[in-house]
Design a protein around this ligand. Structure first.
Ligand SMILES: CC(C)(COP(=O)(O)OP(=O)(O)OC[C@H]1O[C@@H](n2cnc3c(N)ncnc32)[C@H](O)[C@@H]1OP(=O)(O)O)[C@@H](O)C(=O)NCCC(=O)NCCS
Length: 155
């Protein structure tokens, strides 16, 4: 398994951590997803990951972060029951195995909780990454300019 240059840990359900995770998600959205979605969609997703919303979901989701040796958070993924959500790796840190390591860790935690199938709604940006990782596309969701692909993987 490739672990990448970052170490993984559980996110802390704290205001400061929520702000850092929110900033990472916003930066990644506006840089990495901008080619696939109009600004209205990016703004709506960024708003859904405002610090107060991240703080709220830290209390009910299993949230992992990847951080550098210097302690900078550069990746995050969340699991809520059998659904993977809010998966982002900072654009400056993509392509180094951090996404793969976060995904494997999140799926291992699901397996430990006896979850048989993992599900997610992939962005158009992320769908090839998930396919490489063994997820199968099941159906498409189209909500005005927002398009996502529901994918699943048996664990
Ligand atoms: C999708 C994302 C999380 C992947 O993270 P990452 O750290 O760059 O991925 P990794 O470096 O671990 O790549 C793992 C594998 O997937 C492949 N991969 C990564 N991104 C890919 C892409 N966009 N298309 C095709 N393959 C991709 C890599 O080549 C690598 O394959 P390998 O192990 O055979 O070399 C990251 O690119 C990202 O944050 N994207 C923008 C936000 C987003 O759309 N997130 C998904 C929301 S559902």
């Amino acid at each position: 398994m490739r672990t990448g240059p970052a170490r993984l840990r559980e996110a802390r359900a704290q205001e400061a951590e929520a702000e850092t995770i929110s900033r990472l998600i916003s930066t990644t959205l506006f840089r990495s997803n901008a080619a696939d979605y109009p600004m209205t969609v990016l703004e709506r997703v960024a708003e859904a990951h405002a610090p107060s919303h991240v703080l709220d979901y830290l209390a009910r989701r299993d949230v992992l972060v990847a951080e550098t040796e210097a302690g900078e958070i550069v990746g995050t993924v969340a699991a809520e029951a059998e659904w993977l959500k809010s998966f982002f790796v900072h654009p400056d840190w993509q392509g180094r195995g951090i996404g793969r390591a976060l995904l494997e860790a999140a799926l291992a935690r699901m397996t430990a909780r006896d979850i048989a199938t993992a599900w997610l709604e992939a962005s158009l940006t992320g769908v090839d990454f998930y396919q490489t990782a063994g997820f199968t596309p099941m159906r498409e969701i189209i909500e005005r300019a927002d398009r996502r692909i529901v994918m699943k993987k048996d664990l």
